[in-house]
Design a protein around this ligand. Structure first.
Ligand SMILES: O=C(O)Cc1cc(O)ccc1O
Ligand SMILES: [Fe+2]
Length: 439
């Protein structure tokens, strides 16, 4: 059996724990979880007890995040980390280029060289904030054609929201295994170690690295108790461990640099765990899309799947927003996204099909950046078509697009600003919008 077949077989048999932010518990071997206490004098089955904190010990209960891991060896048993090449990974603050007010659009990444794993294939497009201050975010793309073998990654700088666009992933994390196919998203919390295997020959997609407060479900306000992404649809892994002795490279991204240590065992050796600092996966097709039943195009905040709040209420460090299949029924309404200038900065990607504001040029695996206050909206072809369309109820179900929307301008990395896949002439999509004014 090939590696991908094996990974697929493993992924197909997976079961999950459900519910966003729940206090889960799971044991891969019966009796591995202690009862009634976290840290008994001797943990069951000769395991080591270890706490992984995703929040300060003293944060309010609603924001407090930690998990207790019961593992074969404590994480502390490791040799020194030394710097390795950062490859194409960049971290905020982005100082190797200047923030650009222009509308920018990229084609997908070129094919990776043979033997490129998820980590080798990570390529940073840009971001904002400062990882050492735990504010802001980065946008990465990945393109891989090999599994991570005897190699494990952990990110101290933030959580990773992985958005597969092509090819499924099997994430082997400290807390267990997750499968993430295109149309699903996976989140690996800050500090949680994981290895990526491929379910198909190649894998391509997007990553939002969130340096700030962990993603949470948005408040629903007048929407009520249900809707948008429902908490019960988020799935966390069941405990699963590997007993791998021998050399395993552990790579740690720390304050923007990659550091490596060669362990004599796999750190994915957690036999049982409990807590709420957990990886999870969510199927975007489960998103309960709400919208206007009367007139006007609502703001896309109504499509927020997850939000990372900042210190100002309502002003997200980053929102993850999905444009999922939906009906448009607005009367006397220009139905696609409107022309706008936004104080927030918008990075958009496409998982499949097309997006209703762009006739062409915005392609799966590509992306666009509409920075703070840059003017954008429907391209000319879309504007002309939608202005003349007959307004029957219309199903928009030919694509799945998403947005990382952030309160701070996004600086493209030098490699993204100079990339051959950066489109020239993007401005032209808004050329030829006719003057129709009649006084
Ligand atoms: O620019 C975009 O396409 C994203 C977007 C979509 C929408 O429906 C309204 C505003 C907005 O920024
Ligand atoms: Fe926009």
């Amino acid at each position: 059996m090939s590696g991908t077949e094996q990974a697929r077989k493993t992924a197909e048999g997976l079961t999950y724990l459900t519910g966003f932010g729940n206090e889960h518990s799971s044991e891969a071997v019966p009796g591995a979880l202690p009862h009634g206490r976290n840290s008994p004098q001797r943990a069951p089955l000769g395991l080591y007890a270890e706490q992984l904190s995703g929040s300060a010990f003293t944060e309010p209960r609603a924001h407090n995040r930690r998990s207790w891991l019961y593992r074969i060896r404590p994480s502390a048993a490791h040799p020194a980390f030394t710097r390795i090449d950062n490859g194409s990974v960049r971290t905020a603050p982005f100082t190797d280029s200047v923030p650009d007010p222009n509308r920018l659009r990229w084609n997908p990444l070129p094919e990776p060289a043979p033997g490129t794993d998820f980590l080798d294939g990570l390529w940073t497009l840009g971001g904002n904030g400062d990882a050492t201050q735990r504010t802001g975010m980065a946008v990465h793309l990945y393109h891989a054609n090999s599994p991570m073998e005897r190699r494990v990654f952990g990110n101290s700088d933030g959580e990773l929201l992985i958005v597969p666009e092509r090819g499924g992933l099997l994430l082997r994390t400290e807390m267990g295994l997750l499968r993430a196919e295109p149309g699903e998203v996976a989140l690996v919390p800050r500090g949680v170690r994981f290895r990526v295997e491929l379910l198909d020959a190649t894998a391509r997609g997007y990553v939002c690295e969130n340096y700030g407060a962990p993603f949470q479900l948005p408040d629903l306000g007048p929407i009520g108790a249900n809707g948008l992404a429902n908490a019960r649809d988020f799935r966390a892994p069941e405990a699963a461990y590997e007993e791998v002795e021998g050399e395993v490279e552990v790579v740690n991204k720390f304050c923007g640099n990659l550091w490596s240590a060669t362990y004599d065992h796999s750190p994915l050796d957690v036999v049982a765990w409990h807590g709420n600092h957990t990886p999870y996966v969510y199927d975007l097709h489960r998103f309960n899309v709400l919208g206007s039943l009367s007139y006007d195009h609502p703001d896309p905040s109504i499509f927020t799947v997850l939000t990372s709040p900042s210190d100002t209420p309502g002003l997200a460090g980053v929102d993850f927003v999905v444009f999922a299949p939906r009906w448009l029924v607005g009367e006397d309404t220009f139905r696609p996204p409107y022309f706008h200038r936004n104080v927030m900065s918008e990075y958009m990607g496409l998982i499949e099909g097309a997006y209703d504001a762009k006739a062409d040029g915005f392609v799966p695996g590509g992306g666009s950046l509409h920075n703070m206050m840059s003017a954008h909206g429907p391209d000319r072809a879309t504007f002309d078509k939608a202005s003349a369309a007959e307004l029957r109820p219309q199903k928009v179900d030919d694509g799945l697009a998403f947005m990382f929307e952030t309160r701070w301008p996004v600086t493209a990395s030098a490699q993204a600003a100079g990339a051959s896949q950066l489109q020239t002439g993007y401005d032209d999509v808004w050329q030829g919008l006719q003057r129709h004014f009649r006084s």
